[in-house]
Design a protein around this ligand. Sequence first.
Ligand code: ADE
Ligand code: ZN
Length: 338
Amino acid sequence: MGSITADTVRRLPKAELHLHLDSGFEVEDAVRLATENGVPLLKEPPDAMFDWEDLQEFLTFLDWVLCLPRDAEQVASLSYSVARRQGRSGVSYTDLMVSPIHWKNFDGPLEEFIAAVASGLEDAERDGYPPVYLSISISRKHSRAEAHAVLDTMLAMQHPRVAALSIDGNEALVGRTGDRFAPVFKRARAAGLGIRAHAGESSGPEGVWDAIDLLKTQRVDHGVRSVEDPELVEELVERGIFLNVCPWSNVLLGLYPSRESHPIRTLVDAGARVTLNTDGSGFYRITLEDEYVTASEVYGWSSDVLRQLARTSVEASFCPDPLRAELLAAIDAFDFGS
Ligand code: ADE
Ligand code: ZN
């Protein structure tokens, strides 16, 4: 069988589950907004702004770039831009995170911000781009009261585009916060929202234990450092926890020195339910189809493994059930060619 091409992967139905609006839009959008708003670039030439040594440097850049959008129209244009990118990669469905804590110059309350993001996604879907649903992300830096306030807004809005509560941020800076956020996640679950948590990237295995035992999530974003604790890997397999893994992001932000040394293959071989994602395709200058093609090259994965990764992405997603059934049938019937 020949090698698997980006073109083939673009045609393969699949979901992307680990993508942030905060880093998913186009680099050109960021530069255009800075110019439009008269804000000097952080570094020149513009490409230099997209080189980070580690997660903290990247999060500092996010704080700068996400201060650029000020009104609903600018925010909606960025979420539209992400949906269009997803369409270009042949992504059938996306669970998109957005972390309001970064968007400090947005001129309005949280509900207006969420409505603006959602309206860009709705416009994009009307224009023929694939469905994108939202996970509103609280930050590991938030207090418990601040996190409850974000959830209050989500529950008051009952917006049909909002599927889940998420949490992200640098756990290496703030330490273990599972106890602080457990009551917030409990309320979200009780209200019927999906839940998901970043863990096992800037935290070690203990962060993943906290995410599954205290936040009680079935979906861990990253989770790759679970490999450091064999008992945890067994538990993840036993409980069927989904790990939304982003190999290039982990290499780019310095967690692993190379694709070859990335633990995704160990996790897949152990039977963990893994999905492939970009984390921030726009700013990381990668596409989801590149992730699939590179994984097949570096880990020697056949089309059967890629089909399974695509299946798992749809199974784990928060997409509406009729679409889930349709996508799973299309993945099963997909012809990779010879
Ligand atoms: N927020 C955006 N990207 C992130 C990452 N890679 N880890 C933790 N929080 C994030
Ligand atoms: Zn992430």
